[in-house]
Design a protein around this ligand. Structure first.
Ligand SMILES: NC(=O)c1ccc[n+]([C@@H]2O[C@H](COP(=O)([O-])OP(=O)(O)OC[C@H]3O[C@@H](n4cnc5c(N)ncnc54)[C@H](O)[C@@H]3O)[C@@H](O)[C@H]2O)c1
Length: 489
């Protein structure tokens, strides 16, 4: 067996190697997949939603994990995108039947998937999750779990009633530098975390792109508080091993507006880039026809459903915010001050955890990315990770970051191993999330949206009933005595 390990793994026995890759959050080498798993029937997967994101799951099933997974059906509202995906599967040697969305239940009955993967527009996740559970399947869903408290309750009730399993794919947890933050916080090095300052920045490429697509309508995405920030609220819940109790928030849209278009010297908003008369003067012009994958995925398919992927970022019909500030209190006593801003000079985040023994400061700069193109989503810029621990008194210690490659800071590949290997390495960070983790994250954003309307704080417990605490790794016992800082004066 040792002969089959790659050279840098020589010297580690199998158990040590599995533990090492799990701790470092590194994906398994292909040659090791066969070693790790026993021969067993392949799990049967169907995917609903054949847009940009589903390709990661489809290609994983048909490629790296083909010995353990089988793609039995594809489903979408748009027959053109559905056919594109079928053709891509066929090019990998798999003839996969396609079903329009109204035939979703028939798809399950005819193709008998074990698991349905949900990669549709956010506001439609609940209907497929519930139908899949009711028809005997487990579910893997993209974040956010859902977009409203009512839909969240439906999912929780269906889960309880059917006993089916739901997994929410929070890929950021798996990104090695974010896993490292969990490791540092769990080690107790900065003591009990009393507060967190977290600021996420979206640039005017990826950030602006939300204002062109279905994400720009709250009814479809829940706004950036749900669609985007549920990633971030999940990270905080998981980093702290805590659940949110109350939320207060303010939000506004000041940048992606008709007025701003005029202030930038164009006549005003148009319907879409394709027909815009001012494209030469607009720094936000997107030419779908110029990018082969955007053209194939969206421009060539718009006659089927009337969905324009290049709507004007300044149009008045947009109803999501671009500037948001949130205060959250957690059941551990910690508090969070969070902001999300969608028109920034760079993309990424800065976060500081303020503990009884010191402070953990961490930031990541992400690469420029546009969904549906070949650019790497959430890829980390060269030298873009910074992590340091600052004791209450004394010199800061710079931490060498754990590294990962590929999309979402290397998290996607590690997560795919966790999803598709029949016996994934045991994970001391407990990065797998179910509907409870998905709900606690989405509900912070849902509560923030309510605050935007009412100006009043929201208690998460008032939004849904029967939501249990997720399984998080234990944190150190915070009843311990706190060391007196040295008197350095
Ligand atoms: N975890 C991550 O980092 C990450 C990254 C990107 C997207 N996502 C999530 O993945 C999901 C898909 O996003 P995307 O970027 O692929 O969007 P997309 O617009 O490219 O694709 C969405 C697909 O859903 C289909 N669809 C819309 N309504 C439907 C319905 N009622 N029934 C069936 N199909 C329907 C559309 O036709 C389209 O093919 C979203 O939930 C998004 O939040 C997650």
């Amino acid at each position: 067996m040792k002969d089959q390990l790659s050279p840098h793994q020589q010297g580690l026995d199998r158990r040590q190697f599995m533990k090492a890759v799990s701790v470092a959050g590194i994906g398994l080498a292909l040659s090791d997949l066969n070693l790790a798993q026993q021969a067993r029937p392949r799990r049967r997967y169907a995917i609903v939603g054949t847009g940009a994101r589903h390709t990661m799951y489809r290609d994983a099933i048909l490629g790296r994990y083909k010995d353990y997974a089988e793609l039995v059906a594809l489903c979408d509202l748009n027959p053109g995108r559905l056919e594109l995906s079928r053709q891509a599967a066929a090019a990998s040697g798999a003839e996969v039947p396609g079903f329009v969305h109204t035939d979703f239940v028939r798809m399950i009955q005819q193709t008998r998937p074990d698991v349905v993967i949900v990669t549709t527009v956010d506001a439609t996740h609940d209907q497929y999750i519930v139908l899949a559970l009711e028809n005997g399947c487990d579910v893997i869903t993209e974040k956010p779990l859902t977009t409203t408290a009512q839909k969240c309750q439906r999912i929780l009730d269906a889960r309880r009633k059917t006993g089916g399993r739901i997994r929410v794919t929070f890929n950021y947890r798996y990104s090695p530098p974010r896993t490292q933050v969990k490791e540092i916080l769990s080690s107790g090095q900065i003591g009990q975390i009393l507060s967190v300052d977290f600021h996420w920045l979206l640039n005017t490429h990826h950030g602006a792109d939300y204002f062109r697509r279905w994400h720009s309508q709250k009814a479809s995405s829940g706004g950036l508080m749900v669609h985007k920030a549920s990633h971030h609220f999940d990270l905080v819940n998981w980093w702290l091993s805590a659940v949110p109790v109350t939320v207060f928030a303010t939000g506004k849209r000041d940048f992606y507006t008709p007025q701003m278009a005029r202030r930038m010297g164009v006549e005003g908003p148009q319907q879409r880039c394709k027909t815009c008369k001012q494209k030469d003067r607009c720094g936000f012009y997107l030419d779908l026809a110029a990018n082969p994958s955007l053209k194939a995925l969206y421009l060539d398919q718009e006659h089927h459903d009337g969905y324009f992927r290049d709507q004007c970022v300044f149009r008045p019909q947009i109803d999501i915010e671009d500037t948001m500030n949130v205060i959250v209190h957690y059941d551990t006593g910690a508090s969070l001050s969070y902001s999300l801003n969608a028109f920034n000079a760079w993309e990424g985040y800065v976060i500081a955890f303020n503990g009884t023994k010191g402070r953990l400061e961490h930031s990541i700069v992400e690469q420029i990315y546009i969904s549906g193109t070949d650019s790497i989503q959430g890829g980390i810029a060269a030298g873009g990770v910074s992590t340091r621990i600052v004791p209450l008194r004394g010199a800061p210690k710079v931490i060498e970051p754990w590294t990962g490659v590929g999309s979402h800071g290397g998290g996607d590949q590690v997560m795919l191993d966790d999803i598709f290997l029949p016996e994934p390495p045991k994970d001391k960070y407990m990065r797998t999330s179910d509907e409870r983790g998905g709900a606690w994250a989405a509900l912070v954003g849902i509560a923030a949206n309510l605050c935007f309307q009412t100006g009043q704080p929201v208690r998460i417990a008032d939004l849904v009933s029967g939501l249990e605490r997720p399984d998080y790794p234990p944190m150190p016992d915070w009843q311990e005595q706190v060391p007196m800082p040295p008197n350095t004066t």
